[in-house]
Ligand binder design. Sequence first.
Ligand code: SF4
Ligand code: SF4
Length: 299
Amino acid sequence: MIVSIASGKGGTGKTTVAVNLALALEGAMPIRFLDCDVEEPNAHLFLHPEIERSEKVSLPVPVVDESKCNGCGKCARVCAFHAILAFSSRTIVLPELCHGCGGCALLCPQGAITESPKVIGEVETGRAGDIRFAHGRTGIGSPLAPPVVKAVREALDKEGLGAGLTIIDAPPGTSCPVVASIKGSDYCVLVTEPTPFGLNDLGLAVGLVRELGIPCGVVINRAGLGDEAVSAYCSREGIPVLLEIPYDRKYAECYAKGGRLVDDFPELRGALKGLWRKISASGESGAEGEDGRREMGEI
Ligand code: SF4
Ligand code: SF4
C-alpha cells in the first residue's frame, strides 16, 4: 500500500506525522519511506538513515549544431516552455527552462539537435533501522523538482514493492511537485491545523486529491489551538478526521530537538498505530465515521 502524507501549506507537521507513522509501524511490516519534499527534505534529521547509495538526477538538454541549423524555427514553436529561441542568425537554448521532453530534437528537420545530460539534483537511498529510506534534493538554482521527485519514487523500485507499506512525505502545497509525489497513492493523509490558514489550504489540498481520485482523510495537528472550522468543514465534505494531535508544548520541544515523538510519548505511538488501522481499513469499508478525537481521548 502506498500512503502519501501531504498538506496544503508548510509547517503543519506533515513530516512529523510521516516520520512517526513509519517509526510506530517499524518492525510490524516492511516500511519504505520516500521523502519527496525535494526542495527542503528534512525527514533524515529525525530518521538518521545510513546512506548506502547516491545518484545524480539529470535531464537531456538540447545542444544545437549551428553548422546544420537553418533557422527554420520548428524547435522554438514546439517547445511549450520557451526554452529554445530560434533567430535567423542563431538558435539559443535556455537550459534553466528546459524540461527535457526531447520534442525539439525529434522535430528538427536538419538533425541539428543532439542532447546532453544536465544535472538537476540528487537521490540518496539507505536504511534507517528496519525502514528502507530514500530522499532527493534539487540542485542549487534548479527550478525543476518533479523529475527529482520521480527519481525518488523510483529509487527503491528495483528492490521490488513486495508486501508492506510505502510512506511518501510529499512537499507542501498543491503544485506540480506535489502531484508528482502523491499520484498513484492508495490513500492520502492531509495534515492541517485548526486555523483559518489551515482550513483554506486544506480546501485546496482536498480539491487536488479529489481531482487525482485518491481517497483521503485528515489529521488535525495542534488541535485545541484554533477553532472548530476544520472539523466542521470535514464533516460537511464527508472527509474522515482520522486523528487529532493535541497542541502541547512538550511535542514542539521534542520536535525542535530533532527527537522522535513516538519514542518520548507512548500515547502518540498508539495513536499513530490507530491511524494506520483506519487507513488500511479504508480500502475495505472506507474510513468515514471513524472518530480521531475519540482515539486521542482514549490515550
Ligand atoms: S528546428 Fe533545427 S534547423 Fe530549425 S531552427 Fe531549430 S535547430 Fe535549427
Ligand atoms: S527538450 Fe523539450 S523543453 Fe527542452 S528545449 Fe526541447 S522542446 Fe523545449
